[in-house]
Design a protein around this ligand. Structure first.
Ligand SMILES: O=C(O)CCC(=O)C(=O)O
Ligand SMILES: [Fe+2]
Length: 434
């Protein structure tokens, strides 16, 4: 190599490193530096984009359609659920979980000021000086309080237009929550307690709804509800800054959530899209409602009756957006398995046991070392990592030999399944039989 060449490559590498470290600081920091174009790091391949420049978008068959229709999610009236119409509401709930995997809860009894203050302190948090936020950055996925960017900034090839603060909500880690802005801890704690209560009530109804058309010979078992009492709760506070070229990127790539249920609060800016009957729809929630969705653990627990649904987030050029996702599941050490009441000869078990702790351990320990498999055929493969694999996608090694098949649709499930059939079985936890 000539001296000039090597100098050039050293320079290029230095530039590259500089950019990498800028992107690791997040999109809020990037936007505050006054950019007017989306850097390449955030530009998705055309096939993965949601919006085309002229307001058109691609549908599932890559056919241009006008900007997505909005969807009115099924409405679950929490007040009705507590009254004489409960059985009617339970039927609507079962239908919503089966047909959409999403619903919106109205009359949920969480006071307006708790919601307003939650959004307010979330906004204030992202307005803190970068140095203050950066204290909470960590590459360790299991850290109880973690500030970060993109979907998984350790491995994403293309970054998404999102910064986040993830807060575990178990009492022993509350002292690690940010102490500024003022009132942050107080308001987030009050919000997390209210969402936990709401989760418990909705989860109880979901269990009841699962039993509606089951004539199980197994004894009814409600002990699971007690487990949820001590279950895990993770609050994900998302910030999607206004983006100069929103058609090139996404706030969040298609994914499903890992837990039982996610309760989502959004500010007044729309952006959430869900996949329904093969197409993407923008969610247009009723004012003061909570959007609730089925997560991977509920899919496993319900033995596939309720499916976790892919969703993603669009960004826009004029308004920054805040959302707060509260993800609920069993305690991290608990095994998630199909509910005994739903499994019998006619309905055989479809999923293997899994637990959140070993999932976390797996991605923390193996992810950076894992070889990068790229499928050579099949549906879109996002972000150049083994995340976001599509169902039944074949994974091939660099020689083109099939090494595995992806069953999951989400990072949680697909990671679990990329190793298969005697191949490295790091975490073969989720295994639908179809
Ligand atoms: O911001 C949103 O609307 C959705 C956020 C989300 O899907 C998540 O945090 O898992
Ligand atoms: Fe999500």
């Amino acid at each position: 190599m000539s001296p000039a060449m090597s100098l050039q490559s050293v320079k290029a590498r230095a530039e590259d490193d500089h950019c990498k470290s800028v992107y690791q600081k997040g999109v809020k920091h990037l936007c505050d530096s006054g950019i007017t174009k989306v850097p390449n790091k955030y530009v998705l391949p055309i096939s993965d984009r949601a919006l085309l420049k002229d307001g058109l978008e691609l549908n599932q068959n890559n056919i241009n359609v006008h900007n997505s229709s909005t969807i009115q999610l099924p409405v679950i009236d929490f007040a009705q659920l507590q009254g004489p119409n409960r059985s009617q509401v339970l039927k609507s709930l079962a239908k919503a979980c089966q047909e959409y995997g999403f619903f919106q809860v109205i009359n949920h009894e969480i006071p307006d000021n708790v919601i307003k203050n939650m959004i307010e302190v979330a906004k204030q948090f992202f307005e803190l000086p970068f140095e203050e936020r950066a204290k909470l950055m960590s590459n360790e996925l299991g850290t109880p309080v973690r500030y970060g960017t993109s979907f998984n900034q350790n491995i994403d090839g293309v970054f998404c237009w999102r910064d986040f603060l993830k807060l575990m909500c178990n009492p022993d880690v509350l002292h690690l929550w940010p102490s500024s802005p003022m009132d942050f801890r107080k308001e987030v704690l009050s919000y997390s307690k209210k969402t936990k209560q709401l989760f418990m009530m909705v989860m109880e109804a979901v269990l009841e709804s699962l039993r509606l058309d089951v004539t199980s010979k197994n004894a009814p078992d409600d002990s699971i509800l007690d487990e949820f009492e001590d279950g895990s709760q993770m609050m994900v506070i998302n910030c999607y800054p206004a983006c100069p070229e929103p058609d090139l990127t996404l706030g969040m790539p298609p994914h499903s959530d890992y837990g039982f249920l996610t309760l989502l609060l959004q500010d007044e800016v729309k952006g959430l899209q869900i996949q329904h009957e093969g197409n993407w729809f923008t969610v247009d929630p009723l004012p003061n409602s909570f959007v609730v969705n089925v997560g991977d653990h509920l899919e496993i627990f319900s033995n596939g009756r309720y499916k976790s649904v892919l969703h993603r987030v669009l960004v826009n050029s004029s308004k920054s957006r805040i959302s707060v996702a509260s993800l609920h599941s069993l305690p991290v050490q608990s095994i998630v398995r199909p509910w005994a009441e739903l499994v019998d000869e006619a309905n055989p078990r479809k999923y293997k046991d899994t637990d959140f702790a070993s999932f976390l351990q797996y991605i923390t320990s193996c992810e950076p070392k894992r070889p990068m498999y790229r499928p050579v055929a099949g549906p879109t493969f996002n972000y150049g990592t083994s995340l976001n694999l599509c169902n039944n996608e074949l994974i091939r090694d660099t020689q083109g030999t099939v090494v595995a098949r992806a069953y999951g649709r989400s990072p949680f499930l697909s990671i679990a399944l990329v190793e298969l059939d005697g191949l490295e079985t790091g975490y073969a936890a989720w295994n639908p039989e179809t």
